[in-house]
Write a protein that binds this ligand. Structure first.
Ligand code: ATP
Ligand code: MG
Length: 341
């Protein structure tokens, strides 16, 4: 049990989870949960961009936990952790910040893009915001999250890779300079590194409102798929290019009948297939995927006490490891002042 390698990964409690989270990350978590000792984190220290909407964060903690249970994560085998219930994360982030030059944050492409979007929202729907200090340093908090359980593997979507690189660099620096405390963790990107939004935007994302949520009911999925962007305008039976039609991106991501799909793609490019046929197929594919999730979600939703217990015991498990790691860190840095006399 204890000689299994460790996984640490997480999600921010800012809303219900969507197909992008599933294909980019969660699917790998479910697949790997029994081979690794897993710590799944609800990263509630990292929601500074939602600080004016704490009720939403509070609600989303439960939504995320329910979504995890819905997709089949097992809270007995893996620890479901609320970040702020393990305040050692904040301490470790503070100490690691001693060794990270600001230039490494300035260069981080994901952070740069997120800050730019915050300062200059392109859709005009969100008001322009100044970047909170805690937003600028959230990658350091993420480094602390990963290093805290001395994780070996971090299954995430593609946008998180710069943060994992930062983590590896921090572990190397710390180990070299003080003591070998942290393994250098590897990133593992999901089958679909970045799922596009239903509006055709490059990323399905809560903040853009272009998601299909894991908890959407069958009717909602059908409605969202009907409204999906289906490539450049084209008569129903005019051949098109699959790569220009995001419906195919979704079918490639989720349709288990790959043979049937290959045939459909050939037909689309030679004789033409109406978008309605594609959308009907996609609706069925997605609802088949989501049905078992909906069932499990309903089970736990009727038993929220089980969800609460999973979060409490998972956070407690993490806390034990966190104390162990912090002892190692204090020892490596020689910060045990009171032991002198
Ligand atoms: P959103 O972008 O929808 O507002 P988020 O960025 O706040 O969500 P995170 O908690 O940062 O969500 O992401 C959780 C995990 O899901 C990360 O590993 C991230 O890479 C992955 N992920 C999120 N959206 C997508 C997507 N569209 N495609 C693939 N992976 C994704
Ligand atoms: Mg994100």
């Amino acid at each position: 049990m204890t000689d299994r390698k460790r996984i640490l990964t997480g999600i921010r409690p800012t809303g219900a989870l969507h197909l992008g989270h599933y294909a980019g990350a969660l699917e790998n978590w479910v697949r790997l949960q029994h081979d690794y000792e897993c710590y799944f984190l609800i990263a509630d220290y990292q929601v500074s961009d939602y600080a004016d909407d704490i009720p939403r964060v509070r609600e989303a903690v439960w939504e995320v936990a329910l979504d995890w249970l819905a997709v089949g994560l097992d809270p007995e085998g893996s620890a479901f952790v609320i970040e702020s219930l393990v305040p050692e994360h904040a301490e470790l982030a503070t100490l690691l910040g001693w060794f990270l030059p600001v230039s490494m944050l300035e260069r981080n492409p994901t952070l740069k893009a997120e800050m730019a979007a915050m300062e200059n929202p392109e859709d005009g729907s969100t008001e322009r915001k100044s970047v909170p200090v805690a937003f600028y340093t959230y990658p350091v908090m993420q480094v602390a999250n990963i290093l805290m359980p001395r994780a070996h593997l971090v299954p995430v979507g593609e946008d998180q890779l710069p943060h994992i690189e930062l983590t590896r660099e921090t572990a190397r620096r710390f180990n070299r300079r003080f003591k070998e405390v942290f393994p250098e963790p590897e990133a593992l990107v999901g089958r679909v590194p970045r799922l596009v939004g239903i509006d055709g935007n490059a990323k399905m994302s809560k903040s853009r409102g272009n998601t299909i949520d894991l908890k959407d009911d069958a009717e909602t999925v059908a409605r969202k798929v009907r409204a999906m962007y289906g490539g450049p305008p084209r008569a129903a039976n005019e051949p098109g290019r699959c790569d220009e039609n995001p419906i195919f991106l979704y079918l490639r991501a989720f349709d288990p009948d790959t043979g049937g799909l290959a045939e459909l793609e050939r037909e689309y490019e030679t004789r033409g297939v109406p978008n309605k046929v594609l959308k009907d197929r996609l609706t069925k594919v997605l609802n088949d995927l989501l049905d078992p999730f909906r069932e499990r979600r309903a089970y736990y939703q009727a038993r929220m006490r089980l969800v609460r217990d999973a979060l409490a015991s998972g956070s407690e498990r993490m806390r034990r490891i966190a104390r162990e790691t912090m002892d190692m860190v204090h020892d490596a840095l020689d910060l045990n002042y009171l032991e002198k006399y």
